[in-house]
Design a protein around this ligand. Sequence first.
Ligand code: ASP
Length: 422
Amino acid sequence: MIMFALGLGALAGIIVNISVSGNVGAQAVLNTLIDTIAHPVGQIFLRLLFIVVVPLVFASLASGVAGLGDISKLGKIGGRTLLFFLITSAFAATVGITLLEVVRPGDGFDPAAREILMKSYATQASEIQSKTGTAVATGVLGIVNQILDMFIPRNITKAIVNMEMIPLIVFSLLLGAALTKIADEKREAMIKWLDSLSEAMITIVGFAMKLAPIAVFCLIFSVTARFGLDLLQKLGIYVFLILLGYAIVLFLFYPILLKILTKRNPIEFLTKASPIMVTAFSLSSSNGTLPTSIRISETVLGIRPKVASFVLPLGATMNMNGTALFEGAVVLFIAQVFGVDLSISQQILVVMLCVISSIGVAGVPGGSLPLLMIVMAQVGVPPDGIAIILGVDRLLDMGRTVINVMGDVVCSAYINDSVMES
Ligand code: ASP
């Protein structure tokens, strides 16, 4: 049903987009319809998912760790998980850069079109740039403090209010670890309470999923009905190459990893995971998709709750393969458009920067754009050149979120099958 709604919503949006194009009055009516009907329906679904993220991650992670009994198991899972995240992100960034370097679609980019795009998206680009101001630390002490804040903030509630997931994960791990050290009866009582809380949250996700077909229709319709189809023509090759990159990772790289690391049937795995992919595609948000990926991984993919509740929240925050691929591709594309030559060593630097920055990207729509501008500046590519691609970014954002989330799901299957047999 959700898949069908996705296709139908996209098609309806495109048809409406074409039929109102050039007619200012009809466009205004369409915008009002989207704002008053499609937008709120989509938002109710999205917010039902967002609303459970914090209690779900907290309860399932703390209870999972407390139930491990032996904390050394956590180190083993953690090490493999982080290694998996790093290797897959580096691979994805390399795919993005290679595709853009081989085809070089930015070389012949029409200078007139470049100027028009730069002008029309200049305000958006400078809004994004203003967000990067607070993200860059200066000096060694500044960077050290920023890393400390990222992992152990002074105030956990403030971090939660800002939806910062890493401090929440650290706090839940600490609570779980501490529970293993207290008296049995107290620990058991707390684990029971945490388990009930996480089960109730998963049930709320179930309510949201009932709404999913109609909400997905509305979310996709809003995007395609407003989408700049004419822009798609100008940036067609750029868009095509990034989508090709996503397809390589999703249909080739992940299946190979599944075959080698898990012995699961990749086709069956991807088919069963399709509700996760559709949710990620419609929401463009890794954080928003987290409750669905936990639910489907545990109930359909047979991932143990202990593994799912550890790997998936961590992955939603730190592992963004689609984002790394996209960032690498954009840096090369904008460099080509502006005639900036990037040597092989600079391209390797771009891969490293993409991997590092994708760890810091927030799992929300457009979360990567501020950090992407920092990466561009590091290698001498004009950051405000990002204006050129902003008009088509929503489509690519939906795609990269699918790749991001599926990277986490594949990792949880690997950890489930390799580390924790019991
Ligand atoms: N929307 C992406 C996500 O939530 C982040 C990004 O690359 O903009 O995974």
